[in-house]
Design a protein around this ligand. Structure first.
Ligand SMILES: *Cc1c(COP(=O)(O)O)cnc(C)c1O
Length: 451
């Protein structure tokens, strides 16, 4: 046996170190012992490969580091300095205060989730949101599920299983995160019937495809890309008119679920839920955590008959929304009913942020961070598969600190972690997506990382 092995301490020796004994008080003894054993195993493999055995201090340090990673509250809060309002990797929409309080309220207490408090009979968790959703959108009925991917899968499964679904070739797309319309259609047991071409599809293309096998016409919002130039798509109104003539339901996957007109904020007009309902689609599906500004959820609104087919489908139970998301969703929707969505819901507040306020925020940040970088005009984006290619004018704090990647990495590794953008080899901080109360920690993080 090589002497290397003999210089690796035993588990007991390692665990008797004062630092690990202290750690065992905070974590459990079993957890620390398991981590110590794994680290020693690793050290033995290293010796077998000719690596010198690590000193005791290094072993202790590694076990402590591993334990703190394991025991950290995760996911942890980060500061989004990217200016991307709906950043999928950063959890999309932050909740309003009222929505966060609603989550806390039902999280630590029992609730009337499925109980009718009036007569003591069993209630439906859907009752908490359906009337608000009907009022906001004008739809006859509503149903909420786990996310929009499930909503689309449920709609197709319940409406078009074993039948053909007519989709424009330009809309048989991948939305992101592996969500591909053709695959979802397959999984629902429906058969994809692509019509038109990638850039141009006319109402007549759908009409030519309608036959005895047709189960639905599906329109999909091409959320995360734009086709420009020589293009044409059939309107929702055209599809609804055609569907009515042939007795074929129309399903509209809206993606973002916008309830306010984005044109108010100098952006392109994003298709709104109310418009699909007014156009009389049978079902419209959208996300809770995109432009709606709420928790992850899949929201379905539409005709009573179609929605009840979905509610009765066995998949509906498998995709049901949890009580925490439901509480957050109801609270978010109430902001719209009260007419306070732009002030109360963070994503709308960020999109409506006035340019002079953003400039002032960038200058405050620069000063608080010790005068580093320069304040310049720039662009924010909406992200999250909403309004692709659209930008909002903003003010940025740009830091030219040699290695931009290294600075961005130090910011991510800080406490709190800061996620910034890199543009032209400079680190760019966009105050638009920095939440109230985060300015000071952001300034501190910048000073620490750039200093
Ligand atoms: C984002 C999106 C989805 C998926 O929604 P999730 O809530 O993320 O499951 C589906 N369809 C479209 C058009 C989208 O933009």
């Amino acid at each position: 046996m090589s002497t290397g092995y003999r210089r690796i301490p035993s588990v007991d020796r390692l665990l008797s170190d004062a630092r690990l004994r202290a750690l065992a008080v905070e974590a459990s003894h079993d957890t620390v012992a398991a981590l110590a054993r794994e680290r020693l195993e690793d050290a033995r493999r290293g010796v077998a490969d000719g690596v010198p055995p690590p000193p005791l201090d290094e072993l202790v340090y590694d076990v402590c580091a591993q334990a703190s990673r394991l025991l950290a509250a995760s996911p942890s809060a980060v500061i989004n300095a990217t200016g991307v309002v709906l950043h999928t990797n950063l959890g999309r929409a932050p909740l309003s205060d009222a929505a966060a309080e609603a989550v806390a309220r039902v999280a630590t207490s029992y609730s009337d989730l499925e109980l009718d408090l009036y007569d003591g009979t069993r209630g439906s968790r859907q009752a908490h949101v359906s009337s608000v959703l009907r009022r906001l959108t004008g739809a006859e009925a509503a149903l909420v599920v786990n996310n929009n991917a499930s909503a689309v899968l449920l709609a197709l499964s319940a409406i078009a299983h074993g039948r053909e679904v007519v989709v424009s070739r330009g809309e048989a797309v991948e939305i992101g995160g592996g969500f591909r319309i053709p695959d979802v259609l397959n999984r629902s047991g429906a058969v994809l019937r692509e019509v038109g071409t990638t850039n141009r599809t006319y109402a007549a293309d759908y009409e030519d495809a309608i036959c005895a096998e047709t189960g639905a016409l599906l329109k999909v919002h091409s959320s995360n890309f734009v086709i420009t130039g020589f293009t044409h798509e059939a309107t929702v109104d055209e599809l609804v008119e055609m569907g009515a003539r042939h007795g074929v339901p129309v399903i509209h996957d809206l993606g973002s679920g916008c309830l306010l007109d984005t044109a108010r904020f100098g952006l392109a007009h994003e298709p709104m839920v109310q418009q699909s309902v007014t156009a009389s689609v049978d079902l419209a599906c959208f996300s809770g955590d995109k432009l709606l500004g709420g928790p992850q959820a899949g929201i379905i609104v539409g005709k009573r008959e179609a929605v009840s087919l979905l509610a009765a489908h066995p998949l509906a139970r498998a995709m049901r929304i949890d009580k925490l998301s439901l509480a957050a969703l109801t609270a978010t929707l109430v902001h719209y009913l009260k007419g306070e969505a732009v002030e109360a819901i963070p994503v709308w507040r960020m999109m409506a942020a006035p340019l002079d306020g953003l400039e002032a925020a960038a200058r405050r940040l620069q000063e608080a961070a010790g005068g580093i970088g320069s304040v310049e005009r720039g662009l924010s984006t909406v992200g999250g598969g909403s309004l692709p290619g659209e930008t909002l004018p903003t003010w940025l704090l740009t830091v030219d600190a040699g290695d931009a990647q290294a600075l961005a990495a130090r910011l991510r590794a800080g406490e709190p972690p800061v996620v910034a953008r890199i543009e032209d080899d400079r680190v760019v901080i966009d105050p638009r997506t920095v939440l109230p109360g985060q300015e000071e920690p952001l300034a501190r993080a910048l000073r620490a990382a750039a200093g």
